[in-house]
Design a protein around this ligand. Structure first.
Ligand SMILES: [Mg+2]
Length: 168
């Protein structure tokens, strides 16, 4: 299902090394807005440590952001010391494929993490990568995102229902 994420977490720091190893995930593509930073461009506490620890374990990272604000993305990328692509036009494949090249991994060994179904999840699914949805850091989002949320929430609800059903 193109609209459903493969996995759903409360935040990126809940994604542990053991989980990645279980699914043979060796590289992570990260969204920026509301996944790594809040509306005030602040990284969430513990995020830097999360990245560094996974890096030490050999996990590769690349940022793919839809924003056209290069400075904002660059600052986050520099802080975390990972490569980045901005103005990526997700869910188009290009940004994901650029990142895949940078990571030098197969799609099946990559997971893309983001807070939006319409961009992050659909894009990752189209590229046959794992898609991981996280809850948005702040709901104070830009206008366009606010429009999309009701639809997103509906999809998430039906997704969670499906996951619950499969557990039984
Ligand atoms: Mg986002």
């Amino acid at each position: 299902m193109l609209l459903y994420p493969d996995f759903y977490f409360n935040n990126i720091r809940e994604i542990k090394l053991e989980f990645l190893q279980t699914h043979n995930i060796k590289g992570l593509i990260l969204d920026v807005d509301n996944t790594l930073i809040d509306y005030d461009k602040k990284l969430e506490e513990g995020t830097e440590q999360w990245v560094q620890e996974l890096k030490k374990a050999g996990i590769k990272f690349c940022i793919v952001s839809n924003t056209n604000k290069r400075d904002k993305v660059k600052q986050v990328a520099n802080t975390l010391d990972i490569p980045y692509f901005y103005f990526a036009k997700k869910p188009l494949k290009k940004g994901f494929m650029d990142a895949k090249k940078k990571l030098d991994l197969k799609a099946e060994n990559i997971a893309a993490i983001g807070d939006q179904i319409m961009t992050d999840v659909i894009g990752a699914n189209r590229c046959k990568m794992y898609s991981i949805l996280v809850k948005p850091i702040a709901e104070k989002d830009i206008f366009i995102t606010r429009i999309k949320r009701p639809i997103e929430n509906k999809i998430i609800k039906s997704y969670l229902k499906k996951v619950e059903k499969e557990k039984v």
